[in-house]
Design a protein around this ligand. Structure first.
Ligand code: NAI
Length: 496
């Protein structure tokens, strides 16, 4: 691993060193019981900062602040002002993009150049896209059959929303969650992941600077216990969660018991199908980025590859060659394309799957089982398994690391059956020159998203999410705005 890590910018260094507070009711405060927890730099495993560990009293305070903003200053704002505030927040994130990209790289291990090129623009455009919505949220007049009756609907915010996000795209996930909720007029208690709390706290400063009324957005740093307390809190009307399917199931059950609104964006074991007539250059590039981008720590990672037998050896050989050449390095090095995994736990987990695959008899065509104890950061080289069977854990389970499994197929029906043989249903891909094949398979694949001759295309206007164990509801677009709105029907007797 060669690297040359430039010093942190003054802004990012000052932020990381600062005493960090929970953002509650427009103020940065310590946890009520004074507890803190540490966050680490995955590129070096070094201690970065301590942040408050929000307990039950902080959850109470944040939910109360969100309720009072909803019933008070935020709830009273005209839609146009909500829109302007979201525009201002987008501008502030843009003005501070370089600093945020560094904070994100330090805390989560994603290369700074990737943050600059992808995560930051995606977050900014998300705020911009939803800034257009507040003035377009309209009810309807309903042509009912009762005489002398006016019936109309109002679209009202669901209320106080708990938003719980993961560590793989911390700032972008915060934007994906906050923007539609605020556009709809909801208030929010946001809980970033314990591995990556810092960018959400910096974003909270920008929310404050933008001028949102106190309590509109609250940020609680903490772990799963904090998240569970939010889910169970009687003052929370809706839960929006992105993370593991295991925790998603638990949240859905708890939300169901209380009949709270819930949207879940969960895991995937996403199949990528390459037909015999595919443009192989494009398919190799798409499959490579599809799995190894962000070191595989992506819910839509293209983690299962099925290639027509006539192209299989060539495709797998080219992928193995490219994976062997891929250099891993520290996130702040501008030359780094593949950073470390986020944490020691994730390193152990991915290492476990690599060991398991080898023990189960799969062939490791690229990559290696990393050392038991990482030296410095949590680096895992891009790996590729062939000779897999459908029952292997590496074939069935979400690894969330840079590990691709590949198998050949003979008939298209077989490829569809292999692709759909999973509890998940988030994303799927098809590479072919035949439009008819592409669209026929798009309809047959059981997933929330299908990429044809591409992987991971996205836009704030286009719905994102999964079926089956990959979640409930959609992020982005009008679909996610609707998830933060209730419909009220108003009946009026015009001839009393
Ligand atoms: P996780 O699902 O435990 O954590 C995600 C978020 O949920 C964090 O903010 C965490 O504090 C919170 N949380 C944890 N337990 C909770 C509970 N009982 N109630 C409410 N909130 C809770 O994910 P984790 O442990 O960080 O990663 C484990 C695996 O999950 C990964 O290896 C990967 O397979 C999957 N994952 C999937 C993601 C996705 O985007 N679909 C994102 C992150 C992880």
């Amino acid at each position: 691993m060669n690297s040359s890590v430039p010093p942190l910018s003054a802004g990012a260094a000052a932020f990381v060193r600062r005493a960090h507070g929970l953002y509650i009711g427009g103020a940065f405060v310590p946890a009520a019981d004074g507890r803190t927890f540490a966050t680490y730099d995955p590129s070096t495993a070094a201690h970065l900062a301590d942040v408050p560990y929000a307990g039950p009293a902080d959850v109470d305070a944040a939910v109360a602040a969100a309720r009072s903003a909803l019933d008070g200053a935020w709830g009273a704002l005209p839609a146009l002002v909500r829109s302007r505030l979201l525009v201002r927040l987008a501008e502030l994130v843009e003005e501070n993009a370089a600093e945020l990209a560094e904070i994100e790289a330090l805390d989560g291990g994603k290369p700074v150049s990737v943050n600059e090129a992808m995560d930051l623009p995606a977050a900014i455009e998300h705020f911009r896209y939803y800034s257009g919505w507040p003035t377009k949220i309209e009810g309807a007049t309903i042509p009912v059959y009762l005489p002398d009756t006016l019936c109309y609907t109002r679209k009202e915010p669901v209320g106080v929303c708990a938003q719980i996000i993961p560590w793989n795209y911390p700032l972008m996930m915060a934007a994906w969650k906050l923007a539609p909720a605020l556009a709809a007029g909801c208030t929010v208690v946001l809980k970033p992941a314990e591995q990556t709390p810092l960018s959400a706290l910096r974003l909270a400063e920008l929310v404050e600077e933008a001028g949102f009324p106190p309590g509109t957005v609250n940020v609680l740093t903490g772990d799963g216990t904090t998240g569970a307390a939010l889910v169970d809190h009687d003052g929370v009307d809706k839960i929006a969660f992105t993370g593991s399917t295991e925790v998603g199931r638990e949240i859905a059950a708890r939300a169901g018991a209380r009949l709270k609104r819930v949207t879940l964006e969960l895991g995937g074991k996403n199949p990528n199908i390459v037909l015999a007539d595919a443009d192989l250059d494009a398919a190799v590039a798409g499959a490579f980025d599809g799995i190894y981008f962000n070191s595989g720590q992506t819910c839509i990672a293209a983690s299962r590859l099925y290639v027509h037998r006539s192209r299989y050896e060539e495709m797998v050989g080219r992928l193995a060659e490219a994976a062997a050449k891929a250099e891993v390095g520290p996130a702040l090095d501008r030359a780094t394309r593949f950073g470390p995994l986020v944490s020691a736990e994730q390193y152990d987990r991915v290492r476990g799957y690599l060991r398991d695959g080898v023990a189960a008899g799969a062939t490791l065509r690229a990559g290696e089982v990393p050392a038991e104890s990482p030296e410095g950061g949590y680096y895992v080289r891009p790996a590729l398994f062939t000779d897999i069977t459908p029952g292997m854990r590496i074939t069935r389970e979400e690894i969330f690391g840079p590990v691709l499994v590949a198998a050949p197929f003979d008939e298209t029906d077989e490829a569809v059956a292999l692709a759909n043989d999973t509890p998940y249903g988030l994303a799927a891909g098809v590479w072919t020159r035949s439009l008819a094949q592409a669209h026929t398979l798009a309809a047959r694949l059981r997933s929330g998203m299908v990429y044809l001759n591409s992987w991971a295309s996205g836009d704030p206007a286009a719905p994102f999410g999964g079926v089956k164990a990959s979640g409930i509801g959609r992020e982005m677009g009008q679909a996610n705005l609707d998830a933060y709105l209730e419909t009220k029907t108003v009946w009026t007797n015009l001839a009393p």
